[in-house]
Design a protein around this ligand. Structure first.
Ligand SMILES: NC(=O)c1ccc[n+]([C@@H]2O[C@H](COP(=O)([O-])OP(=O)(O)OC[C@H]3O[C@@H](n4cnc5c(N)ncnc54)[C@H](OP(=O)(O)O)[C@@H]3O)[C@@H](O)[C@H]2O)c1
Length: 330
């Protein structure tokens, strides 16, 4: 089958498009014929070797972390012909390919009212945004700031927080106002010309998609006891241990968590880190929100499978509005 893969870490030029063996499903796995898959920053970070300290290399490494397709070899609750979407397990990527074999519990039926391209754009960012905001205690009436609302995670997070009844502020550049208004944002702060602390206060939750650069200002806009939940930077010690990282990295993760929690406590706030967990059951809940009209896809651009390298270059530019999708079958 055709797939996108690397045989060593390095530059984006290392990404190859060529033949790889078609996977054979193990017990409890479902074979899926891929229709579309989305590009996430973790994909190019993996190519550049940025996850090397956390994840043991296994080459050839098939790329692609989520997507949508059609079941061809059924198992555990899924029938041949079912239209599904999924986030792969972290150590079993490979959705930029004509076929992928996945544990049944990572799959859900794709939202019935979405195309494969639209459905493929949601799993990784949807699970990330929903899990991180839920971990931070999202509830109706909460005041939430989402950094980079026009990004993949942000564009889902804005809609998810609105669907749960929150007041949603977000940072974005001026050119993204129309997009974010359509997604339901209540207040948009232009990160290029304004300071969030001049516009916002008494927030219950900040979703940090950008890392240390926005943390000091974010603590200023949180109310006392408010939660900053981050998906950026060194994962929490529990996640790092689960990934099987070496003792030195585990020590670094403990030190980093301690430092972040202390910095937050000094500002009267709480720091939490979230690393997304794949889950078919949670994707089924997201599909229900989509089918209820509460979440839409935000598509930046579409690429063919043979052009994955160009899609990665676009992702690595950091200027993506919504999601890049790789179309695998017409
Ligand atoms: N921990 C986890 O499990 C997890 C899961 C998913 C993602 N992540 C990480 O989370 C980060 C965000 O992912 P993503 O997929 O949302 O990235 P993305 O789609 O590449 O984000 C791009 C967007 O960020 C906006 N942006 C850039 N700098 C900004 C700033 N200073 N203020 C406000 N907006 C800014 C850009 O807007 P303009 O073009 O208008 O400037 C663009 O729309 C990545 O580092 C990713 O690796 C972590």
């Amino acid at each position: 089958m055709k797939a996108a893969f690397i045989t060593r870490y390095g530059a984006l030029e290392n990404v190859q498009h060529g033949e790889q063996p078609k996977p054979s499903p193990a017990a409890g796995e479902v074979l899926v014929r891929m229709m579309a898959a989305s590009v996430n920053p973790i994909d190019y970070k993996q190519v550049l070797g940025e996850l090397k300290p956390l994840i043991k290399p296994r080459f050839p490494l098939l790329l692609g972390s989520d997507g949508a397709g059609v079941v061809v070899a059924p198992a555990e609750g899924f029938l041949a012909g079912d239209e599904v979407y999924f986030r792969t397990p972290l150590m079993a990527t490979g959705s930029f390919a004509e076929f992928i074999s996945l544990p049944a519990q990572t799959l859900a039926l794709k939202p019935a009212n979405m195309s494969f391209v639209e459905a493929a754009s949601l799993p990784l960012v949807g699970l990330t945004a929903a899990q991180a905001l839920d971990k931070a205690g999202l509830k109706a009436g909460a005041r939430v700031l989402i950094h980079a609302g026009s990004g993949g995670v942000g564009s889902f997070a804005v809609q998810y927080a609105k669907a749960k009844g929150a007041y949603v502020a977000t940072t974005a550049s001026a050119g993204r106002v129309e997009m974010l208004t359509a997604l339901g944002a209540d207040e948009i702060v232009d990160y290029r010309s304004e300071r969030i602390e001049d516009r916002l206060s008494e927030m219950d939750i900040v979703l940090d998609t950008l890392g240390p650069a926005v943390r000091a200002a974010s603590y200023k806009v949180l109310k006392k006891g408010g939660v900053l939940v981050s998906i950026q930077g060194m994962p929490d010690p529990e996640t790092v241990a689960r990934m099987g990282a070496n003792p030195l990295i585990r020590l670094v993760a403990r030190g980093s968590a301690w430092k972040q929690q202390r910095a937050a406590a000094k500002q009267g706030a709480v720091f939490k880190y979230h690393w997304m967990q794949e889950s078919g059951a949670e994707l089924a809940k997201i599909a229900a929100l989509v089918e209820a009209g509460k979440i839409k896809a935000a598509i930046d651009s579409e690429f063919a499978l043979k052009d994955v390298r160009a899609a990665f270059a676009r992702s690595a530019s950091g200027r993506v509005g919504g999601k890049i999708v790789i179309k695998i079958q017409a």
